[in-house]
Write a protein that binds this ligand. Structure first.
Ligand SMILES: [Zn+2]
Length: 274
């Protein structure tokens, strides 16, 4: 009984500490001015470990099916774009350029791309080929996906889920049921590949994305044409898979135009420098 009471209060205090003390923000504002407190109770280290495991699983599976990096030229192109952007992640967080970034291309008809916590990126051949993406458009998607990782949206959503789970666990302890432990690898998959991002997360990723692309020397307005292409596709029989995790909104293109304009001088500066 004592043990049960201890567990009950331990869990309750974890929940309370989490609710009171963990509104942290690890990113800087950038030119686009990203500023919002976040609830981050899952440790970054554990989250990234889970994501890394999940990513290795995705790569292993793709390799087994001969779907991993099948087109050398395309892999080089996508990695070149990523490598141009990565140094500029420092604008949002000083540790990011030293992250263990990984970029791979998966052979698939899907119109999809994602970045798991910690910088584990996948681009599907479908999105590049079917939307006939230019380098600047790939950079726009890349910047957006990187922003989700920089801003730790996955960790934030995992934290929200853990809180719910902790609440459930408290009830479980009270009722004598066994508390469940969270599996961070499957959580990483869920928050990256399955669950839709919130509107708030999408807006932040859009704005950070255009700044990253602009600073890396890619026309930030390419983000506008990407979503215009996506919008056209979304009306068809097979809407882009990326829309299931990146809900599109009427105001998105308007906001992207506004923020592309705001960072345009950064793009122009890269052209006059060279
Ligand atoms: Zn997104």
């Amino acid at each position: 009984m004592l043990k049960k009471i201890f567990n009950k209060y331990t869990l309750l205090s974890i929940v309370l500490v989490a609710m009171v003390g963990c509104t942290t923000t690890s990113t800087k504002k950038g030119t686009v001015g990203i500023k919002r407190e976040q609830l981050l109770i899952v440790s970054a280290k554990e989250m990234n470990k889970g994501a890394s495991l999940a990513y290795q699983e995705v790569l292993k599976e793709a390799k087994k099916n001969k779907k991993l990096n099948t087109n050398n030229k395309l892999v080089k192109r996508v990695r070149y774009i990523a490598n141009r952007i990565i140094p500029h992640t420092v604008v949002f967080r000083s540790d990011a350029p030293r992250w263990d970034w990984e970029v791979n291309v998966l052979e698939s008809d899907q119109l999809n791309a994602w970045c798991m916590p910690g910088g584990k990126i996948a681009f599907y051949t479908g999105i590049i080929n079917k939307l006939k993406l230019t380098d600047a458009e790939i950079a726009a998607i890349m910047g957006h996906e990187m922003a989700h990782a920089l801003r730790e949206h996955g960790r934030e959503r995992a934290s929200e889920q853990t809180l719910t789970q902790a609440g459930l666990s408290t009830i479980a302890v009270l009722t004598g049921a066994k508390a469940q432990t969270m599996d961070l690898a499957s959580l990483a998959v869920n928050v990256t590949l399955r669950l839709p991002n919130s509107r708030t997360h999408e807006v932040e990723a859009d704005r950070m994305g255009v700044e990253l692309a602009a600073r890396a020397g890619f026309d930030p307005y390419a983000a506008v044409s990407v979503w215009q292409k996506m919008e056209k596709r979304s009306k068809g029989k097979n809407p882009p898979e990326i829309l299931s995790t990146h809900p599109s909104h009427k105001n998105r293109i308007k906001d992207l135009k506004k923020y592309s304009k705001r960072v345009e001088h950064l793009y122009i500066a890269t052209k006059t420098k060279s």
